[in-house]
Design a protein around this ligand. Sequence first.
Ligand SMILES: CC(C)[C@H](C(=O)O)[C@@H](O)C(=O)O
Ligand code: SF4
Length: 465
Amino acid sequence: MSGGLTLPEKLWRSHVISGAGDGSDLLYVDLHLVHEATSSQAFDGIRDTSRTVRRPDLTLAVEDHNVPTDSLTIRDPVSNMQVGMLRRNCTDHGIRLFQHGRPQQGIVHVVGPEIGAVQPGMTVLCGDSHTSTHGAFGALAFGIGTSDVEHVLATQTLEISPFRTMLVEFVGEPPVGVTAKDLALAMIAQVGTSGGQGHVIEYRGPAVSALSMEGRMTLCNMSVEAGARAGMIAPDEVTLAYLEGREHTPTGQAWSDAVEYWRTLRSDDDAVFDRVVTVDTDGLAPFVTWGTNPSESVPLTGVVPDPESLPDETRAAALRSLEYMGLKPGTAMRELDIDVVFLGSCTNGRIEDLRAAAEVLRGRQLAPGVEMLVVPGSMAVRQQAEEEGLAEVFRAAGALWRLAGCSMCLGMNADRLRGPKRCASTSNRNYQGRQGPDARTHLVSPAVAAATAVRGRLTAPHELE
Ligand SMILES: CC(C)[C@H](C(=O)O)[C@@H](O)C(=O)O
Ligand code: SF4
């Protein structure tokens, strides 16, 4: 056996406080992110047992899942209660809270990186599966359940059993127009929704190195859709350039020291991963989902598959998906009429995503009957998009320009699809009923979402005009 360690193993080892004795370890937590949807019971537990939050200074809270994006007033009583409880809990425990409508508020996985709170080498936890997003910075970041949220609040530690490691290597040169979202969907189509189960993925390859931090976050965000615990990318110059000068990033000598450490955060050359997967990006096309889990996807130029041609283990699910989605095998994806386009979420609600969509929409109009919702991932993204003139492009095209939040990514707030509407969505999950009862979701990249809004059918930008 060689002595080399993978990056995930290095981060694990550097955070172990002690072995808990039953094969699990007690890990130190550098950053705990909190939102209204999964924290109230955890805070109740703290209060009921007269404990306090151990490190409020390492805890950040946001309002994102339950907030409306068209108003500062939360009309829905359940959402209002959820948000109200978070506000009270944060006041009681001295936790910094990003409130609905305030300049830095937004989706937890957008805000954390944006303020520089997420840094290479950290352990980052949140009661939310898409915490994997933060692995883009070379952090060990994963979602936890509500009872673990309570444990982290009380102790700033987490008891957890070790994971396996998986290397996903993207080889080849992706064609122009293929985005991080397409890399993620292609990878999930290849490995399946449980392909990464029990593993922490490290992503590598020229296509990954070429991604911006926004793109890397999109890719790591979707690691959980491949069943993985987390995904990560070793920090490099792109990471450093993104981090420098943000509110929480160190400055002066502390910055130089941090950079020196961060440069060591890479898998050793002789490190052995438990599983290695290669994804070929040569000739890859924009991907779109046809089914009700993120692995049920095809290139946009493809057709709805015939379940009879699929392997035994996916056939039954595919049949159910086609029925729910109202699709027939052999139908060209490009022929599907779309009612609603949703641009946003922690997968694709960052400035670069909005730029990509605005580039397609500039000087164009939404197809008649198509509704498009543009929801920036944070108020900072919103502000920047307004300054860059992107908001004006969206409005002029006929799209709705909203406040920040999870919005139509899931039906926990007022932005919901009504009835069996077909939606091209830049989010990460296409589960049955996710965007509203009977709603039919097709996952796409921001550029494809915008082109689809213009043609009214699933479309790649280069096909317009
Ligand atoms: C509400 C929350 C628990 C959930 C998650 O964990 O991912 C949500 O963010 C989602 O995307 O489905
Ligand atoms: S945007 Fe969607 S996926 Fe992301 S945290 Fe919110 S609900 Fe979950």
